[in-house]
Design a protein around this ligand. Sequence first.
Ligand SMILES: Nc1ncnc2c1ncn2[C@@H]1O[C@H](COP(=O)(O)OP(=O)(O)O)[C@@H](O)[C@H]1O
Ligand SMILES: [Mg+2]
Length: 383
Amino acid sequence: MDAVTLEAKDICVDFPGVKALAHVDFQLLSGEIHALVGANGAGKSTLMKVLAGANPGYRGEIRLDGEAVELRSPGSAKKLGIQIVYQEVDQALAPALSAAENMLLDELGKPGALWVDWRALYQQAEQLKNQLHMDVDVRMPVGRLTLAQKQMVLIARALHSRCRVLLLDEPTAPLSTVETKTLFALCRDLVKERRIAIVFISHRLPEVLEICDRYTVLLGGRYAASGPITPKTTADELVAHMLGAEMGAVPSRLSRSAGGALLSVHGLSSRDGSVRDISLTVRRGEIVGLAGLGGKERAVQGAVRHPAQRRRGDPAGWQAGQSPQPRGRGGTGYGIGAGGASERGTFPRGERLLSPGHCQPEAVEPAVLPLRQKAGAQRPDTD
Ligand SMILES: Nc1ncnc2c1ncn2[C@@H]1O[C@H](COP(=O)(O)OP(=O)(O)O)[C@@H](O)[C@H]1O
Ligand SMILES: [Mg+2]
């Protein structure tokens, strides 16, 4: 690690009515996994597209190994060894073609490729599959693969071509915990053995802290912060950068306090064990959101409640920067966002996958905010 591989300076991208990136600086070192974090709409994908040559209208300067480069088309980025795997994997795949054909699609599509040596193609695909420890039948049509397998096919495609910089835009969003671990193992191998540099975008801050060497935070299309990720780096720190001044400045949208309990659930468990000992109260005048990660193995559920009675010294309340701790039958979590520090969440006993700052506010907030505003402004008696 150390040498700067890719450096973007003063990058600006405008869309009609939106400054998606304003004077952003970004540095990627060789052999590192670099987290690009920020709330939804912060400009992460736009920056990745610039680096992948898919946003040709950008302004600013990009250097690869110190040399100024123009990344005005995906082809020009690929030629320089910059490969991207987009979050929307299906858009980059031909579903009726086999995994092998999809892995080697760039070769099949080369001008002058009049015939295909199928035996060589499948041999190459098998080799790639073995190198990447992929669990995929390379003759299977890609449309029948799982999302994780499709993603692997795309990574294989990226690595088959010369790849020095691999850009992964929210690769873990559709993956289970086990699939994520497999991807992380692969990423570690790639940086160690091939000295590839990886940019990793994720909303899941524990993942970022686990896999990444350094981070850059974008906030509202601007550079907000960057630094190394050490054992001392906390998710709260990253969240603070992600929210910037908004964290303390945004007033609570509703000042009403909630009414009496309308629905109370205590110690609810399902026969199949997928929910255990859930307790929840819904009070008159509040919106209670149930949040959790998809899939059985990630079945952590939380409730983000609004409006919480926010009083200094209220042991059940949450103040900015304070870590939620498990308490007795239920731990107290929190949501962060435009409502300020006035939300609480209750998490099932023993389930502590969502640790401080990992309440995935970006995932919860956009869905909750319009409802909350509506309830506050128009339907004060919303149940
Ligand atoms: N093709 C586009 N046309 C118009 N606006 C866009 C386009 N792509 C992104 N944006 C806007 O640019 C901003 C940054 O988006 P994006 O880079 O996708 O954010 P992130 O990946 O951090 O969630 C957002 O306001 C988004 O709505
Ligand atoms: Mg994005």
